[in-house]
Design a protein around this ligand. Structure first.
Ligand code: SF4
Ligand code: SF4
Length: 393
């Protein structure tokens, strides 16, 4: 494939404003008590989620889109999870489905993973195991004794299933919070050395968790973690690029993925540390949207204004075009609420020409020559007009 064809393919993937990703909270029930949970106020044993009949109506009224990202609560508490995914595959031709899980129920989760992987070998299925550190610390953050052991068992079971289902992937997702700053890097090394996952992602704590003190992550610690885990993620991204593409396309995929990762981290670091803005437009309400367990529909997970699908007879398109959500989508573009949410940063970056074709390769280059951390992740690099404290002329 020559370079022109690579470029054409990349440009055609920027499908302006088209709907790309649905984040669907399939249930508000959960069997964990995570101290950093951003959704904790919505959780409850009676918050079962929308029925299959209602979900069918929702999917039927949606356009085709690429990625269904399930959320909750704990999605695997719904035994009809494969049926939910089948609905979106049938109606919307989804190509990727992502299932986050706390891993507390290994047998049940492995059974669901197998049934979901069987739906269609052309559909990529990712199980994201949430693990924030080693045994004692993880159990303490998640509020459940034995959670680490269960999550590890789940991880290994899904790893085994991957032998039979090439469309199945296992990721580990770790939330960076005040309590695991010292442990997260050794844990990332452990996951890689033990070959426990196909990828490992790191999310800075977001929203309003029950333990607010966990949000106290100092900028220098955050940049140290990003610097330490990036080579590990680069390893996973390089392996994935070679598995999915060949030749020039694999090389570009690798540069682009690592560059986008660095750009995402750069934004998350700045916003978490200095409450600043994205360099690109937020596509919440255009390319990406959220349905809560009770049918409330929002442009993103962090903004409150919503409409309920029940008021539109579960017609997503009508709810999406409502005055409330169109107003929300307009607000998203004004940079009044820039956040650290990966899904929204990634989706928005993908739609931005400059972020994709200039920032990503440039940051990749700076990373490779060893300049990125000092240039982009220190306060004097971000506020170059300020003298570092204690230095006078
Ligand atoms: S973070 Fe997830 S697993 Fe933990 S309490 Fe919240 S919904 Fe449950
Ligand atoms: S920038 Fe604002 S609108 Fe966009 S995802 Fe973040 S909170 Fe939502």
């Amino acid at each position: 494939m020559n370079s022109l064809r690579v470029l054409k393919r990349e440009l055609s993937s920027m499908r302006n404003n088209s709907f790309e990703m649905l984040i669907f909270f399939v249930t508000g029930r959960c069997n964990a008590k995570c101290h950093h949970c951003f959704y904790w106020e919505n959780l409850g044993p009676t918050h079962v989620g929308l029925s299959l009949e209602k979900i069918e109506k929702v999917a039927h009224s949606m356009p085709n889109f690429g990625t269904l990202l399930l959320s909750g609560g704990e999605p695997t508490l719904r035994s009809d999870l494969p049926e939910i995914i089948k609905i979106f595959r049938r109606n919307n031709n989804i190509r990727n489905v992502s299932v986050p899980t706390n891993g507390l129920l290994p047998e049940r989760i492995a059974d669901l993973a197998e049934r979901i992987a069987q739906i269609d070998p052309e559909m990529y299925v990712t199980f994201n195991l949430s693990i924030d550190g080693f045994s004692e610390l993880h159990d303490q953050i998640r509020g459940v004794p034995g959670n680490y052991d269960s999550a590890m068992k789940t991880l290994r079971k899904i790893n085994e299933l991957e032998q039979d289902y090439p469309n199945l992937r296992t990721y580990v997702n770790s939330v960076i919070c005040a309590d695991n700053l010292e442990e997260i890097v050794p844990f990332a090394n452990f996951v890689r050395e033990e070959r426990l996952a196909d990828a490992h992602y790191f999310e800075i704590i977001r929203g309003d968790p029950p333990e607010v003190r966990l949000k106290a992550v100092p900028p220098e610690k955050l940049s140290y973690i990003y610097e330490s885990v990036t080579p590990i993620q680069e390893y996973y991204l390089s392996r994935d690029a070679k598995r999915r593409r060949q030749g020039l396309m694999a090389a570009w995929r690798y540069i682009s993925d690592v560059g986008n990762l660095l750009n995402k981290y750069r934004h998350q670091w700045r916003i978490h540390s200095y409450d600043t803005q994205w360099d690109f437009t937020c596509m919440a309400g255009e390319s990406i949207g959220v349905i809560d367990y009770n049918g409330q529909t929002r442009i993103c997970e962090l903004r409150e204004d919503n409409v309920n699908l029940a008021d539109f007879d579960y017609d997503f398109s009508k709810a999406w075009d409502s005055v409330t959500l169109r107003r929300e989508a307009t607000i998203a573009k004004t940079h009044t609420c820039d956040c650290t949410h990966t899904c929204f940063i990634n989706t928005s970056m993908r739609q931005d020409f400059s972020a994709r074709f200039w920032d990503a390769p440039w940051l990749f280059f700076k990373y490779k020559i060893g300049k990125i951390w000092k240039d982009e992740f220190t306060i004097d690099s971000y506020y170059p007009h300020q003298e570092p404290e204690g230095i006078t002329n």
